[in-house]
Ligand binder design. Structure first.
Ligand code: NAD
Length: 270
């Protein structure tokens, strides 16, 4: 059975941990050559080593890339195209949830700006350079390769529902990702570039678990989770694979929610 990303090239930001790391491994398993990028070079190097060991038929390239710096993203995309000749999948996944992010009164402007710089501008630049590359993708019918590609932007369930445990900059940044993704999807639909948002629910990854650093904070959320558990990064990676592959060929501009049902909840079972 050929993999679902056979002959494709995928670049993933925030690939040193959580959703990004699991997606890198899964995309490689499905036949993609993967460029793993992160500010944490050790993390992406380890991910690339795992891929080399488990899936010797594909290549994995670790690159240090801070998505808050336009030059870094430009370099990562251009390196991907230089190495592999194309870019089929761009997963703009890197994001932060700052421990000092709070409500309207307590959040400092520097926390707001940092969050927007990474979570919003980083996604914009990822889209900008991916679109530029995807327009140049050569077609090879024998391998099922075409001009265009799939861009996935990680938003969050907090972009579609309010929370009384505030993280205002983060929530606003993820709302911006949803709005930006819809518009980009419309602008580039006729070019064969599909652009979708992934909206994860609360996950058991370092990003949220470091933020919820006491049992009390964890339980404050747990009571709202319909399934009674936080999600796993691999559950998001599987959704990202769907959006990355031709399985989702008629989907663009969607807010793809993988949230254990939380955005449908009013009262949950005790
Ligand atoms: P994670 O902390 O496991 O991984 C995030 C990765 O992003 C880390 O490897 C980190 O080094 C990297 N990163 C941070 N700043 C960066 C920057 N400036 N440039 C490049 N890389 C950077 O977290 P995760 O849960 O896998 O988060 C991935 C995405 O999912 C984020 O956008 C996050 O907002 C989103 N998300 C997470 C949850 C959750 O509950 N964990 C829920 C909804 C959405």
């Amino acid at each position: 059975m050929p993999g679902r990303l056979e002959h494709r090239v995928a670049l993933i930001t925030g690939a040193g941990s959580g959703i990004g790391l699991e997606s890198s491994l899964l995309f490689a398993q499905e036949g993609a050559n993967v460029i793993l990028t992160d500010i944490n070079l050790d993390g992406v190097k380890k991910g690339a080593e795992l891929i080399a060991k488990r899936y010797p038929n594909v290549k994995a390239l670790p690159i240090k890339c801070d998505v808050s710096k336009e030059e870094d993203i430009k370099n990562a995309v251009e390196t991907a195209v230089k190495e592999f000749g194309r870019l089929d999948v761009m997963f703009n996944n890197a994001g932060i949830m700052h421990p000092e992010d709070d409500n309207a009164l307590n959040t400092e402007e520097r926390i707001w700006d940092l969050t927007m710089q990474i979570n919003v501008k980083g996604v914009w630049w990822g889209c900008k350079y991916a679109i530029t590359a995807m327009r140049q993708n050569p077609t090879d019918e024998s391998k099922g390769l075409h001009t265009g590609g799939s861009i996935i932007n990680t938003a969050s369930f907090v972009a579609i529902m309010g929370a009384a445990t505030p993280q205002l900059a983060y929530t606003a940044s993820k709302g911006a990702v949803l709005a930006m993704t819809r518009e980009l999807a419309m602008v580039h639909a006729k070019e064969g570039i599909r652009i979708n948002s992934l909206c994860p629910g609360p996950l058991k990854t370092p990003l949220l678990m470091n933020f919820l650093n006491t049992e009390e904070k964890r339980q404050r959320r747990m009571v709202h989770l319909p399934m009674g558990r936080f999600g796993e990064a691999i559950e998001q990676a599987k959704a990202a694979l769907f959006l990355a592959s031709d399985d989702s060929s008629y989907m663009t501009g969607t807010d793809f929610t993988v949230d254990g049902g939380i955005s449908s909840a009013y009262v949950t079972a005790t």
